[in-house]
Design a protein around this ligand. Structure first.
Ligand code: ADP
Length: 186
């Protein structure tokens, strides 16, 4: 089931699946600050896209928490991978909300600057980095909704949620954040 809402002329979608299989211009990676690869989404993207992506990450060298960098997408069908660095969640009192929002903003700004019209995001921070799912979903969806409202050149943002729980939480939060825009399942 896909949940879709319109934000101005752009579209925000929630789907369940594997982010490496998305037919989009830009795929966002949940990277670490060393851009060193890892498990979760990061491992999946490097496995699926081949060694060119890691070579590009090594050439860049790193990325501060709350920021993002762009590389080739290697053999993936996307044009670019955008590596965004979410905070490691401690207790929510160490700047985590601002850093998570800024990781989304930085990735979206790169997409806009690179002319990427369609972008797929994972749920940044909610795996190994331990960000509580509902708070993370609120920040993720709120930040994307705000950005799309002022950047119609990014035409479609798709959240690709890996498991049932993440999909259910994002769906619930989206209904709360954008109730009047909801078009329902299709
Ligand atoms: P972080 O280190 O930022 O927490 P993770 O990659 O550990 O990033 O997890 C982020 C989220 O991505 C988790 O909810 C995890 O279940 C999910 N995930 C893992 N693999 C994939 C994949 N191939 N496609 C989409 N989401 C994935």
């Amino acid at each position: 089931m896909t949940q879709v809402v319109n934000i101005g002329t752009s579209t925000l979608e929630l789907v369940q699946g594997d982010i490496t299989e998305q037919q989009v211009d830009g795929i966002v990676n949940a990277a670490n600050a060393e851009l060193a690869g890892g498990g979760g989404v990061d491992g999946a993207i490097h496995r699926a896209g081949g060694p060119e992506i890691m070579a590009a990450c090594q050439a860049i060298g790193g990325c501060p928490t709350g920021q993002a960098v762009v590389t080739t997408a290697g053999t993936l069908s996307a044009r670019n991978v955008i590596h965004a660095v979410a905070p490691k969640y401690a207790d929510g009192l160490h700047g985590e909300p601002g850093l998570l929002a800024s990781a989304y903003q930085a990735a979206l700004q790169i997409a806009s600057d690179q002319g990427l019209k369609t972008v797929a995001f994972p749920s940044l921070g909610t795996g190994a980095y331990g960000y509580p799912l509902e708070s993370a979903a609120r920040i993720a969806l709120g930040t994307v909704i705000d950005f799309l409202g002022s950047h119609p050149q990014v035409e479609r943002v798709r959240f690709v949620l890996f498991d049932d729980e993440a999909l259910a939480v994002y769906q619930q939060v989206l209904m709360e954040e954008a109730p009047t825009r909801r078009h329902g399942p299709r």
